[in-house]
Ligand binder design. Structure first.
Ligand code: ATP
Ligand code: MG
Length: 283
């Protein structure tokens, strides 16, 4: 039995729950409870604020957790990052007022920078020899320059809309983050075994997301060329058709390049192309 800490509510909650569900883990109890028992896996779910997850895992209150790498970097807790999970992408960036005349990192010398990520920022400034004052504030960082609390900010950006609304421009992208599975540094062997199983399930899901299963009929003499278009595949499935000169080819293609590949396959003579959702890919 292991205990996983996930965000109780907020940006990571839904995707964390969806990942558990896709892994065949059902968490039935109401979210109002702090701890819920799962079915389909020997797992207990502990709902916390994301800020508290690294510490809970470091202390062993939870054995593993799902939290943004931004929080992992800032909290300085002794935890292992087991795997990135492919959701909750964002970055922590330096932003300055639009009319600040920013010309490079030198600009920050002697300036006051407001942030909720003082450790990450301190490391970045130290690395680049910048001497600035770091003001830690808990929330609404983006309004700090407008109200005279700071000259610049260091904050989470995903689309950049909030910055524009506050008259700021993103000038340095410092830390790239996504949600990750983290674990206590030293788990008892039976807990580690559960974690290995959980990691196996999560890996299959994360890998198969964004992939499509594509079937097509293709002239036999074009199969080698078609396979060369889809790198990373060890052995494609090729099935004979009643018509001797043709066969059926099955491949897995990344969604991002699906249409480009389909056009290339069509150009090779592929016909009757079927694109199917790929639920899971077990390596
Ligand atoms: P909590 O109540 O759990 O402390 P919170 O308000 O600190 O929640 P959320 O805004 O729900 O946190 O964000 C949780 C995580 O989602 C962030 O730490 C980050 O890893 C990720 N994230 C992704 N995109 C964004 C974004 N645009 N703004 C903030 N966080 C984002
Ligand atoms: Mg938080």
């Amino acid at each position: 039995m292991i205990r996983i800490a996930i965000q109780a509510k907020g940006r990571l909650n839904e995707d964390s729950m969806a990942l558990l569900a896709d892994a065949g883990i059902d968490v039935t109890a109401s979210k109002r409870k702090l701890v819920a028992q799962a079915t389909g896996f020997p797992l207990e779910v502990l709902y916390l604020r994301d800020d508290d997850i690294p510490q809970a895992v470091a202390m062993g209150v939870a054995d593993v957790g799902i939290v943004g790498l931004n929080e992992v970097a800032e909290r300085r807790q002794d935890v292992r990052v087991v795997m990135p999970l492919g959701f909750g992408a964002c970055r922590i960036s330096l932003a300055v007022p639009r009319d600040a005349g920013y010309g490079g990192l030198d600009w920050f010398n002697g300036k006051r920078v407001a942030t909720s990520y003082p450790h990450v920022l301190h490391d970045f400034f130290t690395q680049h020899g910048v001497k600035a004052e770091i003001h830690e504030i808990a929330g609404s960082v983006e309004i700090a320059p407008a109200v005279g609390l700071a000259d610049a900010i260091f904050d989470i950006v995903s689309s950049g809309g909030t910055l524009v609304q506050n008259g700021l421009v993103e000038v340095e992208r410092v830390f790239h983050s996504e949600a990750a599975l983290i674990a206590h540094p030293q788990l008892a062997p039976e807990k580690q075994a559960d974690l290995d199983k959980l990691q196996f399930r999560f890996s299959s899901i994360v890998e198969s997301r964004g992939m499509k299963y594509v079937l097509m009929n293709i002239p036999k003499q074009k199969v080698a060329e078609a396979v060369a278009l889809i790198p990373g595949m060890r052995s494609p499935t090729v099935l004979p058709l009643a018509d001797e000169g043709w066969c059926s080819l099955h491949v897995v293609i990344r969604e991002a390049e699906l249409w480009e590949k389909i056009e290339q396959l069509k150009a090779l003579g592929a016909e009757g192309i079927l694109v199917l959702a790929l639920e899971n890919m077990i390596r």
